[in-house]
Design a protein around this ligand. Structure first.
Ligand code: FCB
Length: 454
């Protein structure tokens, strides 16, 4: 039996653009994702987040679902352009009212809100002014955070400044698959610095306005394993780990970029301001850890900068996203972060899996997701037993939703959404997760799987 500590937070995670819909209602301004998804050819199934899960209008039903599942925490994000349609300047009070109602409704059900302040939906107006390449965006972020914190800070005790800076930088500025869809390494390094500035400024704002609350940042973790014992592959794995993990984690955890990162990125030194070094040293209260899979890496001089590439794990199980199912990665990375950086607390702010679910006779028997969750939760429990200060786990996601460039083709929810009718159906994994959350423990070798709804 894996027993979790008293007071452990059991939640699900979502993000504004992926579930809210109401993309142009009640004064909301456009985000880069509105503009991008409306551009033909960008989203796999030609869809947009215009309606998504219609959560903007159905939040009460969705919160009632969480309560019914016995969950005591919920991670959601605030849409910056809903609150500030131009990104800065005039506040849209109707937008802010929505989050006020949402937080109230959560609190009434005893569900602790974990608020992410930036989950990729930058106001288009700020993008037009240079986006994250412009330092002004970081300053505007701090002002936006102050608007949100002034309104919600009396009830929100956990703030997450940014979600996955790696994805913003790599998908947006290296691979060019997310907006603003650039492939410019120099801009990428500049953006990563401005995200760190934005994070640090936001931490300062939150400390001032909500001194009793806990403030953290969410990073993705992609544990890297060398493809062989050879010294070339081991060095390649270290370089890959440096650029994919350490480059992003270490400014938040140690206040500094890794020296080895500067060696690899020597051509692309970003512009900084006097005082940035000190600014980046603001400490966080918790590390938000998103993780889904691992990377197996070999030496590959044909790949610029990193000189390494991933080796597909043929024959191993994969999710619908093509991500290898390798549960030990969660234990390994939680241990490593604890040992190397000693953060005061860690939350798994996302973990989960997409599978092609089907409704049969009103039921979604998502056996593979149940297996995925069980295996990962067992590793989370073992990590706690080994001394990791893990205080909560958020399953991605509450609902099937708009999975960025994959549109609605990937279902990550523990609750199924019929996008034609907006009907919600709790999947077997939802009942399974509910059972664990309610009992605060799980059987290592199965048992909970077969549990029917209580
Ligand atoms: C994470 C994102 C989240 C979702 C999951 C599948 O990288 O933070 O919005 O797309 O992946």
């Amino acid at each position: 039996m894996v027993v979790f500590p008293q007071g452990f937070f059991w939640g699900t995670a979502t993000s504004a653009y992926q579930i809210e819909g109401a993309w142009n209602e009640e004064g909301k301004g456009p985000s880069i994702w509105d503009v991008f998804s409306h551009t033909p050819g960008k989203i796999l199934d030609g869809s947009t987040g215009d309606t998504a899960c219609d959560h903007y209008h159905r939040y009460q039903e969705d919160i009632a679902l969480m309560a019914r599942l016995g969950l005591n925490a919920y991670r959601f994000s605030v849409s910056w352009p809903r609150v500030l349609p131009e990104g800065q300047g005039t506040v849209n009070s109707l937008g802010l009212d929505f989050y006020d109602r949402l937080v109230d409704a959560l609190c009434e059900c005893g569900i602790e809100p974990f608020v992410t302040l930036y989950h990729w939906d930058l106001p288009q107006a700020l993008q037009d002014g240079g986006g994250w390449e412009a330092r002004n965006t970081a300053l505007a972020f701090a002002d936006y955070v102050s608007v949100v914190a002034s309104r919600l800070g009396d009830r929100v005790h956990h703030w997450i400044t940014l979600n996955e800076p790696l994805a913003v930088v790599v998908a947006g500025y290296v691979l060019g698959i997310h907006p603003p869809a650039k492939q410019q390494p120099h801009a990428a390094v500049q953006v990563s610095h401005h995200l760190n500035v934005a994070h640090s400024l936001a931490v300062q704002v939150l400390r001032g306005l909500c001194p009793a609350s806990k403030v953290g940042i969410t990073h993705v973790s992609l544990p890297v394993y060398p493809a062989s014992e050879s010294s070339e592959d081991q060095a390649a794995a270290q370089r890959f780990d440096c650029l994919v993990n350490r480059w992003f984690w270490e400014p938040s955890l140690t206040g500094q970029y890794p020296v080895e990162g500067w060696e690899l990125l020597a051509e692309f030194v970003p512009q900084t301001d006097a005082g940035d070094e000190e600014l980046l040293r603001v400490p966080i209260d918790f590390f938000g850890h998103n993780s889904y899979t691992r990377a197996v890496v070999r030496n590959d001089p044909s790949v610029p900068l990193v000189g390494a590439s991933q080796v597909p794990q043929v024959g191993r199980p994969h999710t619908g996203m093509g991500w290898e199912v390798y549960p030990d990665h969660l234990y390994d990375s939680l241990l490593r972060i604890t040992k190397d950086y000693r953060p005061p607390a860690i939350f798994v702010t996302e973990n989960g899996a997409a599978y092609p679910d089907e409704v049969q006779a009103g039921r979604v028997a998502d056996v593979q997701r149940v297996h995925y969750l069980r295996e990962h939760l067992v590793r989370a429990g073992r990590a706690i037993a080994a001394g990791v200060p893990l205080q909560g786990y958020f399953c991605w996601s509450l609902l099937d939703n708009f999975e960025w460039t994959y549109g609605y083709t990937q279902r990550f929810g523990i609750v199924y959404v019929d996008f034609d009718t907006q009907q919600r159906i709790v999947k077997d994994s939802g009942y399974f997760y509910s059972r664990i959350a309610s009992h605060n423990e799980l059987e290592e070798n199965g048992g909970n799987e077969t549990a029917l709804p209580e």
